[in-house]
Design a protein. Structure first.
Length: 524
């Protein structure tokens, strides 16, 4: 039987496993890490945490038994709790909807070998629209809204196949966009119609439409839908899309750019290919020939993906620091959002291949989230596949690879993300939490404790700790306020520690973080 550490008055005690109710001095590390919370020092506003519906949801949402898909929707979106106060889900506040290109209708002729990565399109070859397509994805879109999701993104991997150069949802040679310039307006009109059509069919308004997903990659045959975009093509197409949205009077939707496949493409001018890099300056510096910052429908933010930028830990920190510096030099008011991440890279600490429902990849992901929030000042953070059938570390919820039904598997990555998404609500502001002894907060990234803190619009304060150590760690936080109630939620390797509610305490400002855990304090 495992009894979790709890908050008590200083000096700190913990309950011994197997000996309920017997308090003993904390023996493994008598030196607590002391923090000071400063609510008056404020950083970025955090708008949402989310994930993507590609590609599995197209089958799950349409074909799986209602109880199974409802369970998955609850795990992803619910903010309810059970009778013990344990969250039923991770409360995602954003959802990315894959606007498909039509490779599914082409079937094997699409040449995309994995049918799970083919997508339907609303656009028929004769130019008419069929809003009965993508029913599985529409089901999850509605269920997300019902459960309180506030922000929605429609993202495009490839323009519809009826408009592409080669009639396929992938690029012939990877050197340029798979959409000729003379079809930019048709593509823009398509995005207008999809925005309107999805709203009419589901009641969901896309807060953002992302027309160019990971424009840096070649996207040649035959892995999935995708198109490369050079910076000049992306800028020219965006101007046409902006004009189409303005003429149509679209309300409540902005264009999200540029969905860079890797963080370095946003700020570096040395990345290859050279015509797809340095995108912050290229699109948001007024002197640039590709400047888009003055367009009505372009969101005042840049979106990028955290892939292949997380190892080693020094690189993790440096890349995000350089990104932040670039934004400051171009436009300090420009926001940055992480619109995709999954654990794909191979390094000495982890391997992308191989499904792992345990705590090790969860801690890796939690460290990346902390880095993106505290070093890159991310205003949003999105996971990639919400639901995965693959033998890869790419899912929050895993399922059997069966289009009609199967088992559902929860991962610790799901619940670790929930330590952030469930409690850091839309409109929260990150505030200062610093080591009292002057130790730089970045010292915790390699193998120690990482902390971040936020104030929610409703007034609660949230502190998220990631303890990467193999031993428990005592922490003390000054500045909490006398008598404030502290609710604690825990994700660890222990079975059942899946954002588990530990309890509410008022007895002091010190606590113990279990070994290899993510712990959230909610102060009310």
């Amino acid at each position: 039987m495992n009894i979790p550490p709890i908050l008590v008055s200083t000096p700190v005690f913990m309950l011994l496993a197997g000996c309920p109710g017997v308090a003993t001095p904390y023996a493994q590390d008598p030196s607590p890490i002391a923090y000071t919370l400063d609510p008056l020092t404020r950083y970025q506003t955090v708008h949402h945490f989310g994930a993507s519906d590609a590609w599995t949801v197209q089958f799950v949402g349409e074909n799986w038994p209602l109880d199974q898909r409802t369970r998955i929707a609850d795990l992803l979106f619910s903010t309810e709790v059970d009778s013990g106060g344990n969250p039923l889900g991770i409360g995602l506040s954003a959802w990315r909807f894959n606007i498909g290109a039509g490779s599914a209708e082409q079937g094997a002729d699409s040449q995309i070998t994995d049918e799970w990565r083919r997508s339907e399109t609303f656009l028929n070859a004769d130019g008419s629209y069929d809003w009965s397509k993508q029913q599985g994805q529409q089901w999850f879109l509605r269920e997300a809204q019902v459960r309180g999701v506030t922000d929605f993104v429609g993202f495009v991997n490839s323009p519809p196949v009826s408009l592409t150069r080669n009639g396929r949802a992938w690029s012939q040679d990877g050197t340029s966009a798979n959409l000729a310039a003379e079809h930019y307006r048709a593509y823009a009109d398509y995005l207008v119609e999809v925005t309107r059509g999805v709203q009419a069919a589901t009641g969901v308004t896309f807060d953002y439409v992302s027309p160019f997903n990971e424009p840096q990659w070649e996207w040649k045959c035959c892995n999935q839908e995708g198109s490369p975009w050079n910076n000049n093509e992306l800028a020219a197409a965006t101007r046409v899309i902006d004009a189409a949205f303005r003429e149509a009077g679209i309300e409540g939707t902005r264009l999200e750019l540029p969905e860079a496949g890797q963080i370095e493409f946003l700020y570096s001018d040395s990345q290859e290919p050279g015509n797809r890099n340095n995108q912050i300056a290229d699109f948001f510096l007024p002197s640039s020939p590709h400047y888009l910052g003055d367009l009505d429908y372009v969101a005042h933010k840049v979106a990028g993906h955290s892939y292949f930028s997380t190892w080693d830990v020094q690189h993790l920190q440096e890349v995000r620091g350089e990104l932040r510096q670039k934004i400051q030099s171009v436009d300090p008011t420009l926001e940055y959002g992480v619109s995709e991440y999954a654990l794909l890279e191979d390094n000495p600490e982890t391997k992308g291949h191989g499904r792992d429902l345990g705590i090790d990849p969860a801690l890796y992901v939690a460290r990346v989230i902390q880095a993106d929030l505290t070093l890159a000042w991310a205003c949003a953070w999105h996971w990639w596949l919400a639901v995965s059938p693959y033998d890869y570390k790419d899912g929050l919820v895993y399922i059997d690879r069966d289009k009609d039904g199967g088992a559902v598997y929860e991962s610790k990555m799901l619940w670790a993300l929930g330590n952030f998404s469930r409690f850091i609500r839309p409109g929260s502001t990150r505030i200062a939490i610093e080591r009292t002894d002057g130790t730089p907060s970045g010292e915790g990234f390699p193998a120690g404790v990482i902390a971040s803190a936020f104030v929610n619009p409703a007034g609660s304060t949230v502190i998220v700790f990631v303890n990467q150590r193999k031993e428990p760690q005592v922490v003390e936080v000054a500045g909490l306020g006398n008598g404030m109630a502290v609710q604690i939620y825990l994700t660890s390797a222990v079975v059942g520690d899946d954002l588990r509610y530990v309890g509410e305490y008022r007895q002091g400002e010190a606590g113990s973080l279990p070994a290899r855990s993510v712990v959230t304090w909610v102060l009310r």
